[in-house]
Design a protein. Structure first.
Length: 345
């Protein structure tokens, strides 16, 4: 009874701090967490992006016509993630040109696009995915931008007859790091909680952002897109930043960390985080993210402020300490009752 009361009081206290608890037991679980997995976008950084620059690649494309072309493509795509919302804001998201076919963004493909005429698609997405074997040609240029913590997207056209993607421009987007991110991660470091950054972005870009946020050993990063399940399991305890992670791989990473004997918490805000959130010992979602993530998580940060996490952990530890004190009291009482019974028999 006292344990239940302690948890209820804890849930009420967290509610006043704009933290919604779906499962009472997770408050106690969070107090025992020693590995915290975080997504880059929406957790380390603010949940908004902005376009910083458009870099034309094709000489025959004039900047004004290129801007209009990208605007036409973006206007026909849904703002189903913050990257696309940033593109819509930058290009106004208005166009009278209607696409014959739309390819929605997928975490597996890592690109989206439209078709305006037969046999010709315009695509926006990850350079490694779209450029494929031609990525090496632009490798130095891309990595130079990534080192500055900027996310690089490539825009181009794909001809079905030639089966060739022709890059037309790089689109640089960024989102600011949360002001209190460094302080929050320093708290977890003092509490011996290991931070793992799991992101769908380029591992070097995710590592650059993690380093700015003060996450220890952020230079230990790896691209997991080409790893087998066995290699992924071995990499889980070794690396700090994991890039180009698919939703299924996020789940497998958490399973590998749990198999190593860790109590794992996961934060996320997108549909692609749902599998991992369900697998975590304690799952935390941002209310500003997708409804699916909020429904799947055990704890929801209603103001989407990651800085709330230390107070949630402290509340969990307060509950554990109160239950331990109550247990000690009842143990002494029971022993005293037994001794009194024996002596008076």
């Amino acid at each position: 009874l006292l344990a239940s009361i302690a948890l209820v009081v804890s849930v009420m206290r967290l509610g006043r701090k704009k933290v919604l608890v779906h499962e009472m037991a997770c408050v106690e679980t969070l107090a025992r967490v020693n590995v915290l997995c975080v997504d880059k976008t929406g957790t380390i950084t603010e949940n908004k992006m902005s376009v910083r620059e458009i870099i034309p690649l094709a000489k025959e494309e004039e900047e004004t016509s290129l801007h209009a072309l990208i605007g036409d493509v973006v206007a026909n795509l849904d703002a189903d993630n913050i990257t696309m919302q940033a593109l819509k804001d930058y290009f106004d998201g208005k166009s009278e040109r209607k696409a014959q076919k739309v390819i929605p963004f997928s975490s597996q493909r890592k690109y989206s696009g439209v078709r305006f005429e037969e046999g010709l698609y315009y695509l926006i997405g990850a350079p490694e995915q779209l450029l494929a074997e031609r990525y090496g040609k632009y490798d130095v240029q891309i990595l130079d931008k990534i080192d500055k913590g900027v996310r690089v997207l490539v825009f181009g056209r794909y001809g079905e007859e030639q089966h060739l993607f022709e890059p037309l421009a790089f689109i640089l987007v960024s989102n600011p790091i949360r002001r209190d991110a460094r302080e929050t991660f320093e708290y977890f470091q003092k509490e011996d909680v290991c931070i793992k950054v799991i992101s769908g972005d380029h591992p070097k870009a995710a590592a650059a952002v993690a380093k700015k946020a003060g996450i220890a050993e952020a230079d230990r990063y790896i691209d997991v897109s080409q790893l087998s399940d066995e290699e992924l399991q071995k990499a889980a305890p070794v690396y700090t930043v994991f890039g180009r992670v698919s939703p299924e791989q996020k789940k497998k990473l958490l399973l590998a960390l749990k198999k190593a004997g860790n109590v794992v918490a996961m934060t996320g805000d997108g549909v692609n985080d749902v599998l991992a959130l369900k697998e975590a010992d304690c799952s935390i979602a941002m209310a500003s993210g997708s409804e699916a993530a909020s429904n799947a998580a055990q704890i929801v940060l209603l103001d989407s402020d990651f800085a709330r996490m230390p107070s949630v952990v402290l509340e969990g530890r307060r509950v554990v300490n109160n239950i331990q004190r109550s247990a000690s009291l009842f143990l002494v009482k029971n022993l005293f009752s037994m001794l009194m019974t024996l002596f008076t028999f």
